[in-house]
Design a protein around this ligand. Structure first.
Ligand SMILES: Cc1cc2nc3c(=O)[nH]c(=O)nc-3n(C[C@H](O)[C@H](O)[C@H](O)COP(=O)(O)O)c2cc1C
Length: 172
């Protein structure tokens, strides 16, 4: 409807209602369907929604600072995103049977076309959150990548992902 209104008026048009994802807002703007996007409930749920949208992907500079500090930062970001999520997907490579076993304590195997590994899906429960946040501070230095989790990737249903063993954090 905003598209039709925009054709008839010469003032900016705001589209509001049901927008929860940054990408959806950007797509509508790029497509010229509105000049501004109004976001209500998504911002009530996450007061940093607009700030995150402006920042784009979260770049986690894990290689800076001491491992304990990097881990503390990783935990802070994870905790925040786990709080905003209901479901997770964990991807483990085929030789990572110990990681698969750990993930299966919190979820079940998901059918997927990924031939080189296993996908585990589950609900973000308090147990799962406690488990992730209590993982030990990783060992390592600048030459050996610091791993925050034993899991190659963790995808949350709020668009956040912890990838390459938690060394890359992204917010879609
Ligand atoms: C708690 C709450 C209070 C609201 N108060 C107002 C208001 O005072 N004036 C108004 O025009 N819209 C108000 N709205 C409507 C929102 O601006 C918005 O149009 C609506 O929530 C749909 O957008 P959303 O899907 O992004 O939440 C309110 C919405 C909520 C959830």
């Amino acid at each position: 409807m905003s598209e039709a209104i925009k054709k008839r008026v010469s003032i900016p048009v705001i589209l509001t209602g049901g927008i929860t994802e940054f990408a959806a807002a950007e797509e509508l703007l790029q497509a010229g369907k509105a000049d501004l996007i109004g976001v209500g409930r998504a911002i009530l749920k996450d007061s940093l929604w607009a700030k995150r949208a402006m920042q784009g992907p979260v770049e986690f500079e894990y290689w800076k600072g001491a491992p304990a500090e990097a881990h503390k930062e990783w935990r802070r970001i994870m905790e925040n995103n786990l709080r905003q999520s209901h479901a997770f997907e964990i991807h483990c490579w085929e030789d990572e049977s110990e990681a698969v076993r750990m993930a299966l304590s919190y979820g079940t195997v998901k059918m997927s076309n990924w031939k080189q590994g296993t996908v585990i899906e589950g609900k973000v429960t308090q147990d799962f959150t406690d488990f992730l946040l209590s993982l030990p501070v990783p060992e390592g230095n600048d030459l050996t990548p610091r791993r925050m989790t034993p899991f190659f990737s963790i995808f949350l249903d709020n668009g956040f992902s912890s990838e390459h063993y938690g060394t890359e954090l992204n917010q879609q």
